[in-house]
Design a protein around this ligand. Structure first.
Ligand code: F6P
Length: 377
């Protein structure tokens, strides 16, 4: 083993609180424990493909633990195998993975630490096959990455959503309104479920459980009859009615996953007003959930992930993603993570807690509790 390994690090996909905490842990562990050199690629895989990077020293990462965003920049469009290039006002896609390998080798790197979500892990699985030695670090506010009990960024997003819902709660109460708060999360309901439980919402709607409008309206009417003349609905952006579709806000032409969700809450509000005649207002939290300083939990998780990624690199355990399993940091082959999403499963303990707390999940609770009635995709 070379005395002094040289490692590259990049952040890919949508940003989230804690990215800088991982970069800091990678750089500090690499230098303090192993005397390694570190370079950071700019804007995710784009930087590796275009040979844009900067050397990272201890000084460069000093004071970044609490910063949101990423000092390296990121991109959710830079798939090395399907790289978008604008030609005559249209995107064409070319395979630039060999260019990435060449740049990696020219810099004399031993390993790449790729911090990202499912898109970054899928690209990393492909780059591993092309011979680059990679260690993955799982990030996303959506918490939907397969193979880890939690991604960093999720706790911070849940905290931001919870604060926002708390604020909506008091105005809902004052005005006797139905308030819908829409959170991000793509095709998984983790953010809606966790922030819903944390803020004591009344109705949670998640993509995994298509909702029935009558069940939602019955719950609101029952609350009103019982003297609680306001209701808080927390809805994931990927939620949809039974037999209906998710609401696509826009399509991003040059993104590997072109779909951007958002706006289901407006459709739902109109239906609730129509059926109950109660004033219903919508708040869409959107990118607010990706900003701000990471929570203490995320700073710790990100630091543990970053350090462990360097230890794995030193042990030459390439092709693995660090992961949280229970309270322990472990790892899982990146190829097992790529292309799979972790969704809220039917018997998820937090889902069952929500039911015990009297929360409406958009369908009759008996359908969730009885194993045969609902198939969660
Ligand atoms: O994956 C993180 C996430 O914030 C999702 O929750 C959301 O659907 C998506 O990214 C939004 O992406 P963009 O920043 O490209 O609009």
């Amino acid at each position: 083993m070379s005395e002094k390994m040289k490692i590259g690090v990049l952040t890919g996909g949508g940003d989230c609180p804690g990215l800088n905490a991982v970069i800091r842990a990678v750089v500090k562990t690499a230098i303090n424990d192993y005397g390694m050199e570190v370079v950071g690629f700019l804007d995710g895989y784009e930087g590796l493909i275009e040979n844009r990077y900067r050397k990272l020293t201890s000084n460069d990462v000093s004071g970044i633990l609490t910063l949101g965003g990423t000092i390296l920049g990121t991109s959710n469009r830079a798939d090395p195998f399907h790289f978008p290039v604008l030609q005559d006002d249209e995107y064409i896609y070319i395979d630039r993975s060999s260019q990435a390998v060449q740049n990696f080798e020219r810099l004399g790197l031993d390993v790449l630490i790729a911090i990202g979500g499912d898109g970054t892990m899928a690209a990393s699985a492909g780059m591993t096959k092309k011979g680059i030695q990679i260690i993955g670090v799982p990030k996303t506010i959506d918490n939907d990455l397969y193979g880890t009990d939690q991604t960093f960024g999720f706790d911070s997003a849940v905290t931001t959503a919870t604060e926002a819902i708390d604020k909506v709660h008091s105005t809902a109460q004052a005005h006797h309104r139905v308030m819908i708060v829409e959170v991000m999360g793509r095709y998984a309901g983790w953010l809606a479920l966790a922030s819903g439980v944390a803020s004591g919402g009344d109705i949670f709607l998640i993509p995994e459980i298509p909702y029935e409008i009558d069940v939602i309206c019955d719950k609101i009417k029952t609350r009103n009859r019982d003297g609680r003349n306001f209701s808080i609905i927390v809805i994931g952006e990927g939620a949809k009615p039974e037999g209906g579709e998710m609401v696509v806000k826009r399509l991003i032409a040059n993104s590997p996953d072109k779909i951007r969700l958002g706006g289901i809450s407006n459709q739902l509000a109109a239906q609730i007003e129509g059926i109950t005649t109660l004033e219903t207002r919508v708040t869409i939290l959107g990118h607010l959930l990706r900003g701000g300083t990471p929570t203490a939990f995320d700073r710790i998780l990100a630091s543990r992930f970053g350090s462990e990624a360097v230890h794995l690199a030193y042990q030459r355990k390439f092709g693995n993603m660090v992961a949280l399993q229970g309270n322990a940091i472990s790892s899982i082959p990146i190829e097992q993570v790529a292309g799979r999403l972790r969704k809220v499963e039917k018997q998820n303990p937090l889902l069952l807690t929500a039911i015990s707390l009297g929360t409406c999940l958009g369908i009759e609770n008996s359908k969730i509790l009885s194993p045969s009635e609902v198939t969660i995709p």
